[in-house]
Design a protein. Structure first.
Length: 355
């Protein structure tokens, strides 16, 4: 079982079903996300995992209606507490973001306005709170900056973004994101540009906020250590498709897609075993460009299990037996998923994030 009681997870906070996203440009049209489906429950952290170019950030931006120019959701839905976010107009979506869904991006400096102080950013996030005067918002902004672990929050509130370190800016962005106590937090690579000590502090902050307000978290990351330590479920993405869905415990104990197994093999923790004599492995090749996606299984050119069938038929994402560790449902998109665990020559110890 996961760390949350099953009864507390009956409500579905975010239900993404068969979401497909396409980019249109001068060079033509490409399908960046292909029929992705996943769910986030209250108090649960779900990780979208994969290499750069796998489609995980585009999937998150599709849910939030924050796609760049040329991007559009072609099919599917993203229901947040019953409302399909894909169908909301700009005004309706603006009311949801901040109040009910908080967002933390990878680069806080690109998200913070350089001509406004940190305090003003947080006060703006609080503007829609009923019955909160300007003075009350100012006080609450300082409290939020203290809550996310910023030292001397009064001084930080008066500072401009460029005067803060990367870790401090990221904490300030988290204060903005949680200002109105959202029920869902979407965090896109929130710690990848930070050193390990700062990373550990921010991840611990996420865990404490989740416990405090029952917030669900959609975590977009390529870092398996972050997944192992912080997520309950993982959705592994490759070339725009979800290829494996499982609890984190089951995923690390017995990966059922070759891509997942090879991601685990390529993690630095595999190179520092008990004898210290393992070489760091890598997955040959690269994620295919969406405009050059091969027929059949998109992973076949990099997969040691690939056979003729893989070139002709794209395997659908299908349920398999419930996870042995968690007893929760799991799915995989592979013709030969039963052979995938054998790709791990030795037991995989889940990598640990800094603590």
């Amino acid at each position: 079982m996961s760390r949350f009681e099953a009864g507390a997870r009956r409500e579905v906070l975010l239900d993404v079903a068969k979401l497909s996203t396409r980019y249109e440009g001068r060079g033509g049209s490409v399908l960046a996300v292909d029929a992705a489906s996943f769910r986030v429950h209250p108090g649960e952290t779900v990780a979208l995992v994969g290499e750069s170019g796998s489609g995980k950030t585009t999937a998150a931006l599709s849910v939030l209606s924050l796609l760049p120019r040329g991007g559009r959701v072609e099919a599917g839905e993203a229901r947040f507490r019953g409302r399909d976010l894909v169908r909301l107009d700009e005004r309706e979506m603006r009311a949801v973001l901040g109040a009910e869904i908080g967002v933390v991006f990878q680069d806080p400096l690109a998200s913070l306005d350089p001509v406004h102080t940190i305090g003003r950013h947080v006060r703006e996030a609080l503007r829609g709170t009923p019955g909160l005067s300007w003075i009350a918002r100012r006080k609450r902004a300082v409290e939020l900056l203290a809550r996310v672990g910023l030292p001397d929050p009064e001084r930080v509130a008066r500072a401009y973004p460029h005067r803060l370190s990367g870790g401090m800016r990221q904490r300030a962005m988290i204060a903005v994101a949680i200002a109105r106590r959202p029920s869902l937090l979407v965090a896109d690579e929130p710690t990848s540009a930070l050193d390990t000590t700062v990373q550990a502090g921010i991840l611990e902050l996420f865990r404490s906020l989740r416990a405090e307000i029952g917030m669900g978290i959609l975590l977009i990351t390529h870092d398996l250590a972050v997944v192992a330590e912080n997520a309950d479920r993982a959705e592994v993405m490759y070339a725009g498709r979800i290829v494996e869905s499982a609890s984190v415990a089951d995923l690390f104990a017995e990966p059922r897609h070759p891509y997942t197994a090879m991601l685990l093999r390529s993690h630095p923790s595999r190179a520092s075993g008990a004898r210290g004599d393992r070489r760091l492995e890598s997955i040959p090749g690269r994620v295919p460009d969406p405009s050059e996606r091969p027929s059949g299984c998109a992973f076949r050119d990099r997969c040691p299990l690939a056979r003729g069938r893989c070139a002709d038929q794209a395997p659908p994402l299908l349920p398999i037996a419930v996870g042995a560790r968690s007893g929760s449902p799991r799915s995989v998109a592979c013709h030969f998923d039963e052979e995938a665990p054998a790709l791990l020559a030795a037991p995989v110890v889940p990598p640990r994030s800094p603590s």
